[in-house]
Ligand binder design. Structure first.
Ligand code: CTP
Length: 404
């Protein structure tokens, strides 16, 4: 999300300034171009050298020093930025921006930019809750400025209350939302399934598969960033969901079936990235199965095929399946498109390097009911998710699918 984005990070005079440095490091590691601006007070807490090293860019501290890049540097910077992040933002900075005061490089640049501005306040609880600060924040929000609310907890002044800078994870997820400008799925309800299912044999053992859930979680996140209202139904995984997504955790295929049918009714799009177990042990032993001297046979019984059931009554829904194959990928996948009544399927040969379960990349082919196909090379799963959603958007546009 941050690759090649130009992000201006403004740092003001708060003890949380070092967390601004953490943010700069995070953005830089993910490929963003970062320009830091420090106020005079910020320089009392951390040094420009820290930020210069982390951003690999000279830090702007002075309104009237010789320009590095543009004739009128604050205007050039304001125009070039994809996003402004003020982390941390003091009550003073918020008050100045709200009152139209532009008396240093940071405030003039904020005033001049048309890029989205994300402000993350950090201050003493009484300063934060002071009606002056609250009125200023409300007024700025009305004018289109974005805020990440501070969190409740121990404050540097020795008290407890709301005023701690939001966690890095929250800051970057809010930034990601602002960086996706075209909310092509706004107003659409999207249901995504992810991960494996687990089918219990006894209280200590289960059958499962190698799915990590990475693909499904990436799709859910990208759909959310495109403005969709997203429900993610997930089998057991270690992955954290993106804030704002509704997460329903399930374990077995039958639990996934129940969740999909109770949540899928009002969705315009269902994407089934989960690797659902086709079989479960016919009998789940209430006690641990003890070893014997002879071989043990486990009888398996069929689980419902959730996607095929959805396909029977899909109405106007867009239904997308996945096919993880080890041979005859194209034939098997096309068969699944027809048998399950899908709009398209995302097929991958899991034996190929860079395409298996648990990898960060995938090599997929998107196959449509008429047999046409779109081969994507080896891509990061985030980019595969974006490509899949591009197809979903194009299906929605073709059908002029209205929100019911
Ligand atoms: N699927 C499902 N319910 C099942 C099995 C699969 O909803 N019980 C969905 C998967 O989420 C996936 C698609 O069907 O989107 C294809 O899954 P896959 O396991 O590749 O195919 P199967 O239909 O199970 O066929 P096979 O295992 O024989 O390849």
């Amino acid at each position: 999300m941050f690759r090649d984005k130009f992000i201006v990070v403004g740092i003001t005079g708060s003890i949380a300034a070092y967390k601004g440095a953490e943010l700069v490091s995070y953005l830089k590691k993910r490929g963003a171009r970062v320009q830091c601006i420090m106020t005079k007070a910020a320089r009392e807490f951390i040094t420009p050298l820290t930020l210069r090293t982390l951003s690999q860019n000279p830090v702007i501290t002075n309104m009237f020093s010789e320009p590095e890049h543009w004739n009128v540097e604050h205007i050039g910077l304001a125009e070039a930025a994809d996003l402004f992040m003020i982390v941390p933002a003091t009550a003073n900075l918020i008050g100045k921006v709200c009152s139209g005061i532009a008396d240093d490089f940071l405030t003039t640049t904020i005033m001049a930019t048309r890029a989205p501005v994300l402000i993350a306040p950090a201050m003493n609880v009484n300063m934060y809750l002071n009606p002056i600060t609250q009125d200023n924040i409300a007024k700025l929000k009305k004018q289109g400025y974005n805020f990440v609310d501070p969190e409740y907890g121990d404050l540097a002044c020795g008290t407890k209350g709301q005023g701690r800078l939001a966690e890095l994870e929250v800051l970057v997820s809010e930034a990601e939302k602002l960086l996706v400008k075209d909310k092509l799925l706004l107003g659409k309800k999207v249901l995504v399934t992810a991960g494996p299912t687990r089918e219990a044999l006894d209280p200590v053992r289960y059958l499962t598969n190698r799915s990590s859930g990475k693909m499904g979680y990436a799709i859910a996140k990208q759909a959310y960033l495109l403005g969709a209202d997203v429900t993610l139904i997930s089998g057991p995984t270690e992955i954290k969901k993106f804030p704002g997504i509704e997460l329903i955790k399930v374990e077995t295929a039958r639990e996934m079936y129940e969740a999909v049918f109770s949540k899928g009714e009002n969705c315009q799009v269902i994407i089934k990235a989960a690797a659902v177990a086709d079989y479960r042990p016919k009998k789940e032993s209430a006690a641990k199965i003890k070893k014997q001297s002879v071989d043990l046979n486990i009888e398996l019984t069929r689980n419902p095929d959730i996607l095929a059931e959805l396909g029977k009554n899909k109405g106007k829904k867009i239904l997308v399946g996945f096919a993880a194959e080890t041979e005859n990928m194209l034939d098997y996948a096309l068969e699944k498109v027809h048998n399950k009544n899908l709009d398209f399927i995302v097929a991958n040969d899991v034996t190929r390097e860079g395409a298996g379960f648990g990898e960060d990349t995938n090599i997929v082919t998107i196959i449509f009911p008429n047999g046409t196909k779109k081969e994507l090379g080896k891509l990061d799963k985030v980019d595969v998710a974006k490509e899949i959603l591009k197809e979903v958007v194009s299906e929605l546009v073709q059908r002029k699918l209205d929100i019911e």
